[in-house]
Design a protein around this ligand. Structure first.
Ligand SMILES: [Zn+2]
Length: 239
């Protein structure tokens, strides 16, 4: 099986579609100021399936902000059991479906940042019928799509596999907040033995802003017609 990295279309190349979304999620865990390592940081994990409406402190998770690390721990009490796949609360983590407005027309697949994947309703049905594995669609709550437009879904992306550790320079992890410096080589490979065999789309655990898909996914995407995203084959590293 070959694997590919998803990326946005280079800005100097023409685009087929005009669709654009301005939206946010119901909840955002605050960023943190850490007394141990001195860093102020927030990550980029998004979990559209997670609903924390009934957490007592949910009203304090509405606005993006930065808090001292001790306050972060208190604000996220009871949250870990709501997160899928054993994930733990991370500063900056965003929860709930995207809500907002859409403009323009959307192709079958759209990526806004290169680590997210939006799927038009008809395209989602075809991907599911094609037997692609690991698709977790969440309908986006958008105004402005127009009465004739198909609904848009966002895929919740599982974290699985990893890049070859030789391509990822990781500093020591802060004992308090978990922050560490990470530098990823632009010429990176996926570590063969770590790769999932039950997912056609995933984010590597040591590089969660790099969206990976299988050859099977790329073939299915090409059958959907043109989309404004790029697939670049990623080499495989064996150890
Ligand atoms: Zn720290």
């Amino acid at each position: 099986m070959r694997f590919y990295e998803v990326d946005i279309v280079r800005p100097d190349l023409p685009r087929r579609w005009t669709g654009h979304v301005v939206a946010e999620r119901a909840w955002t865990l605050p960023g943190v100021e850490c007394p141990t390592c001195g860093e102020t940081w927030s990550g980029q994990q998004t979990l559209p399936t997670v609903d924390v409406t009934d957490l007592p402190q949910q009203g304090l998770l509405r606005e993006p902000r930065v808090v001292p690390y001790a306050e972060f721990t208190a604000l996220t009490a009871g949250l870990a059991s709501r997160l899928p796949r054993g994930l733990v609360p991370e500063p900056g983590m965003q929860l709930g479906p995207l809500r907002g407005s859409a403009r323009g027309t959307f192709g079958p697949l759209t990526t806004q940042d290169g680590w997210d994947l939006l799927v038009r309703g008809d395209a989602l049905t075809r991907l599911q019928q094609g037997g692609l594995k690991g698709l977790v669609p969440v309908r986006m709550e958008l105004e402005g799509l127009g009465p004739e437009a198909l609904p848009l879904y966002e895929l919740e992306l599982p974290i699985a596999g990893r890049l070859d550790p030789a391509d990822v320079l990781e500093g020591p992890r802060c004992q308090t907040c978990g922050w560490r410096e990470v530098r990823i080589s632009p010429e990176h490979a996926l570590e063969v033995d770590s790769l999932p065999d039950d997912l056609d789309v995933f984010l590597p655990a040591n590089a969660t802003t790099y969206l990976m898909v299988t050859e099977r996914f790329v073939q299915a995407a090409q059958r959907l017609g043109p989309s404004d995203l790029m697939f670049r084959e990623v080499p495989l590293a064996r150890r």
